[in-house]
Design a protein around this ligand. Structure first.
Ligand SMILES: [Zn+2]
Length: 394
């Protein structure tokens, strides 16, 4: 097994950032069957010395060639994430006891707990408990295979835990409790959720997590991975650049339906047929009502509006200067009946109010409600009124 078969444990994202081969002082590449888990503190309390920075450190050391120190380990855990640097079936240099076949370096999975001063150390250690619990479950190790670095070489490491507790026993008890409660939850990738259309624009400097939380989309790493796949951000690991690209794509994508653009001169029937949408008149009537194109009769202007609405996945303004997407909730549809030609659409439920349109016999209107003697219809994106005696709910 090169990596754990999950993308997160208990909601903590696992970022797989394996360093390249080529420098055996970082990646010795001895085959390894893990028997132990060795627990460390990084010993680096600098701000920003988090798990990601330690990944960069190891990569830089690979590039540094023979001047690199003999130093590497499998995971760094901070308060936000778990980063893997070395495959689980290869050895690393972290226990200071040489390269013998039974050394910690050749048998133990190295877990470094970050202690960066800008992080929450208690959370980082808690995340490490969860990772170690999952590792010993995965590799079927007993709890006594979890050892402090000190066990192998005598080094005072993990120094924060040793100075606080004197030994690793409390850490191990937490690992046991974690597994006993069955509370190590692995999270399979969630099913894609539809992204709502017409999301608000991201604020200046707003990160993807804040943005997704604000618009009500699951911002977990696992869901961002799903979104990344959906929006074509490959190899998503949560880097700043990927997050920024993903955020832009989600926002831009919400402004369209994802349907291909209509071709120049393409009619509504041809366009709908190409998209695999039922292009019958009755279905176009339904779509027109959905997109707030009132009184659909299949005129050229209405068909053009319908093409644009289907393309953009939302209501569009009519050619006659009507307002765009109404935002008015449709509660039903009425059809114009009981007359020979047409009646008027009024601005208010009052025949002396402004006539804002015509409602021809047979035409359908989306309605937002009804009141004594009138239906409140959605006409060109606005509330308007038609005498109820000419309307039949359909
Ligand atoms: Zn150590």
């Amino acid at each position: 097994m090169i990596s754990l078969p999950v993308s997160s444990v208990d909601g903590i994202p696992i970022i797989v950032d394996i360093v390249p081969k080529g420098n055996t002082k970082v990646r010795p590449a001895y085959a390894m069957v893990p028997k132990d888990v060795a627990v460390h503190n990084t010993g680096n309390s600098a701000a920003t010395a988090d798990a990601l920075m330690h990944g960069k450190y190891l990569r830089n050391n690979v590039a540094a060639g023979s001047s690199a120190p003999y130093a590497s380990w499998h995971y760094t855990v901070d308060d936000k994430r778990i980063v893997q640097h070395i495959p689980l079936n290869e050895s690393a240099w972290h226990t200071g006891d040489g390269s013998g076949a039974t050394s910690g370096n050749r048998t133990a999975i190295g877990v470094e707990i970050a202690e960066n001063s800008d992080g929450d150390y208690a959370k980082a250690e808690r995340n490490a408990v969860i990772l170690v619990a999952f590792l010993i479950k995965t590799f079927d190790m007993g709890i006594n295979r979890v050892r402090p670095h000190q066990f192998y070489s005598g080094k005072y490491c993990p120094h924060i835990i040793l100075s606080r507790d004197g030994n690793l026993e409390k850490f191990k008890a937490n690992v046991v409790a974690q597994n006993k409660g069955g509370s190590v939850i692995t999270e399979p990738a969630p099913a894609p959720q539809p992204v709502p259309s017409e999301l608000p624009a991201p604020k200046s400097g707003e990160g993807i997590v804040d943005y997704l939380n604000r618009v009500g989309i699951d911002s977990s790493f696992a869901n961002r991975q799903v979104l990344a796949k959906q929006y074509g951000v490959t190899g998503y690991s949560g880097t700043a650049a990927q997050n920024s690209t993903l955020l832009t794509k989600i926002y831009e994508g919400s402004k369209s339906s994802g349907n291909p653009a209509p071709k120049s001169g393409e009619g509504v029937v041809a366009y709908h047929t190409r998209l695999g949408i039922d292009s019958s008149y009755s279905n176009r009537e339904k779509l027109a009502a959905k997109y707030g194109i009132s009184g659909y009769r299949g005129t050229a202007a209405q068909n053009e509006q319908l093409i644009q609405a289907v393309y953009k996945g939302k209501s569009v303004s009519s050619g006659s200067g009507g307002s765009s997407s109404s935002g008015i909730k449709q509660v039903g549809t009425v059809q114009i009946v009981n007359l020979n030609s047409f009646t008027y659409v009024y601005a208010k439920p009052d025949k002396s109010s402004k006539r804002v349109g015509e409602a021809k016999k047979g035409a359908k209107f989306p309605i937002a409600g009804s009141l004594s003697g009138w239906y409140e219809v959605i006409h060109n994106g606005k509330r308007a009124y038609i005498d109820a005696k000419y309307c039949k709910k359909v």
